[in-house]
Every structure is written in C-alpha cells, then in structure tokens.
Design a protein around this ligand. Structure first.
Ligand SMILES: Cc1cc2nc3c(=O)[nH]c(=O)nc-3n(C[C@H](O)[C@H](O)[C@H](O)COP(=O)(O)O)c2cc1C
Length: 352
C-alpha cells in the first residue's frame, strides 16, 4: 500500500520504529528522562529547548545521550517574540502583586521585552547534532535551514493552517506537524489569524496531506492507538502526542497538574493568553478567570512576569496559579510509565 510505504520511509528518515512522536515540551514537562524513554522503546523523544540557554541545550543533549543511543529531537520557538508593546503594564502588575501576596512571594518586577534567543539556541542545537530538529511559531531563515541540512538533521515545522504548511514546504522543511485546535499548550500559528487557524485536527491533517508533498505528522487531542490509526488513514505518517505523556512518572510537570489531568471527567480546557501572552490551551482555573484579557502583556514578557507565580504554585500545589496545559483529549489520559504507554499505543494501532 502507498500509505505503508510513506510511513515506513518517514520512520526510516528518523531512524525510529513506531509512528509515535513525543511532543517537545519546553518549560519543565519534557525531561531528558522522558525524551530518552520514548526513544528507547522505538518512538521519537524530543526535548523542548525554547526557554533554555545554549549551555542548557548542550547539557540536555548530553544527558539524553547518556540515557539512550537512539535518535531524538530538539525543538525551539522560531518566532513569536514581540519587539514592542502598546499595553500599559500597570493593571497586569497590580493583579500580579495581589497574587504574589497570596503566594508569599516578593513584589513582582516588570521583565523587559526579551529579544528572540533563537540564533544562539540554534548554534547549540547544531553543535549537539540531534537526529531531528523541530520548531513552532514561525520558520527559520534559509541560512539556518541550510545549516541544519548540512548537519544531516531532519527538520519538522508546525502548521496550524494549510497556508502555513505550504510555506514550510516551500522553505524546504522535511516534514510538517499539523497542529489541530485540540492541541495542548501553545498554538503554533504564525501566518494566519488566531481564528482562521483554529482547525480541527482531522480536517487539518486531511487538508495538509492533500496540499503538500512532504510527510505530515498529526497532532492535537490524540490519546490512544485508535486515534493514531485513524490519522494514518487520513494521510498522516505518524502522530505527535503531548497530553497523553503528561501523567508519566518521567514527566517533569508538577504532581498537582498530573493529578488534575488523571481526574478530569470533563474537558474544561480553553484557549488563554494569560500565562505567556500567546494563545495556549489549558484547563480552566482561577488565574485564567482573574486576568482581564486586555491587560495581558505580549509574549514573552507576560511569560516571564508569570514565571515566579507558576514556579511557586507548582511547589505549593496550588493549581489555581499554574498553567495547566492540556489538550482536548485530557479526559482520556492514562497513568503509565512512558515506555509502557508507547508499547500500549503500538499494540492498539496494530489492533485498530
Ligand atoms: C505541556 C506542553 C508543552 C508544549 N511545549 C511545546 C514546545 O515547546 N514546542 C512545540 O513545538 N510544541 C509544544 N507543545 C505542543 C505539542 O507540540 C503538540 O502540539 C500538542 O502536545 C498536541 O496536542 P496534545 O497535547 O493534545 O497531544 C506542548 C504541549 C504541551 C502539552
């Protein structure tokens, strides 16, 4: 079958056995242990380096390599940084002052609008030479993509709309991650408006697979092997799962986040900008309800402003002030170690 050939060729290009990719998860959830475990059992583990310094990227690659000799990926944000802001920071700072009081933190300080660290981070990625480099929020420039190609690193770019997929293909990216509206955490949207790019995963995979000639990886709300088998039928060559791996013991997200995911009986997820300044999907909580949308600062200033709150809330087990990232499949998350989850997914794909 043509489909089987396409899938096999993609897995071969990455040197992996199963059509299961771990979502790169920057910010603590995606530990080197989680990445290595997924790779060790024949999937592709990927480490989210978007908030990391070049030194931390090199260190993470070293740690992963000590735990696995299999291929793995590193992921960065290839855009999305605001260079100026027209938002008065006073109202947001007032909200944060009250929250910091409740959490016993010193008064918040307004962070600067940081410049994108992408160029320095990419140097570290190329030095670390993972098998795979993926990115979201934009497209690296032609010179960056040429350097990755020269280093034999397979590149994957995130698209939330068929036009973004076409732009990624035109730029010479090796494969597309089609991120449906169901996906947990940040929207990768970079060419279209937020609304235009809220496309359901199944529709997006079908549209992109028809529009481009490079492999498409399905992503967003995929929780079991049946879901994966279905996306392969729609034209995908693999699936990328984040929320399904969040409850794993190898995952670095706070225990209270894992518990709320496993206890979720209804999908309470919604899209919010309150935590980072960028649209992202997470479970509804007090902080989302408390912040008036027009007071939110741009990415990544808002992200840096809310970081002390999120770290303290994680340590204190206060779910109301955590970014409870999760996709629409949250009610179907299962408690298992990462290796067992990959084995379970593979068995379910075979049985579907
Ligand atoms: C906690 C968390 C962090 C994420 N961080 C990143 C990231 O750093 N880079 C990236 O490309 N995608 C990131 N994603 C999005 C995933 O690539 C993917 O779109 C999403 O996990 C798919 O939806 P699912 O969570 O329903 O499986 C993240 C997802 C989650 C849940």
């Amino acid at each position: 079958m043509r489909g089987h050939h396409r899938i096999r060729a993609f897995l071969q290009s990455l040197g992996i056995e199963h059509p299961v990719l771990l979502s790169p998860m920057a910010g603590g959830a995606g530990t080197p242990e989680l990445v290595a475990e997924v790779s060790n059992v024949g999937g592709l583990g990927a480490w989210g380096g978007a908030y990391a310094s070049p030194e931390q990227i090199l260190q993470a690659a070293k740690t992963i390599r000590a735990l696995t000799d299999r291929p793995f990926g590193i992921n960065l944000f290839a855009g999305g940084y605001a260079s100026q802001s027209s938002v008065d920071p006073a109202p947001m700072l007032a909200v944060m002052r009250a929250v910091h009081d409740e959490l016993g933190l010193p008064s918040p300080v307004l962070p600067s609008l940081p410049a994108s660290p992408f160029a320095e981070q990419l140097d570290a990625v190329i030095e670390a030479r993972p098998a795979n480099f993926s990115f979201t929020f934009g497209i690296p420039d032609a010179q960056a993509l040429a350097r990755l190609r020269k280093a034999d690193i397979v590149t994957g770019g995130t698209a939330t709309h068929v036009d973004e997929a076409r732009a990624l293909e035109d730029a010479g990216v090796d494969y597309i991650v089609a991120q449906g509206e169901e996906a947990g955490a940040h929207r990768g949207t970079f060419l279209k408006s937020f609304d235009e790019a809220m496309v359901p995963m199944r529709t997006l995979v079908r549209e992109i697979a028809a529009a481009v000639n490079i492999p498409v990886v399905a992503s967003g709300g995929i929780m079991d092997g049946n879901d994966i088998a279905e996306t392969l039928q729609l034209g995908a060559v693999a699936a990328q799962l984040g929320t399904a791996f969040l409850p794993c013991p190898e995952c670095g997200t706070p225990d209270v986040h894992k518990r709320l995911i496993l206890e979720a009986r209804d999908d309470t997820t919604m899209i919010t900008r309150v935590f980072s300044g960028r649209h992202a999907r997470g479970m509804r909580n007090d902080f989302i309800d408390r912040v008036p949308p027009d007071t939110i600062l741009p990415f990544r200033q808002q992200n840096d402003l809310t970081r002390p709150m999120r770290v303290a809330a994680g340590a204190q087990g206060k779910a109301g002030y955590l970014s409870l990232w999760a996709g629409r499949g949250v009610t179907r998350a299962r408690a298992m170690p990462a290796g067992e989850l990959v084995h379970t997914l593979v068995a379910e794909i075979a049985g579907a």
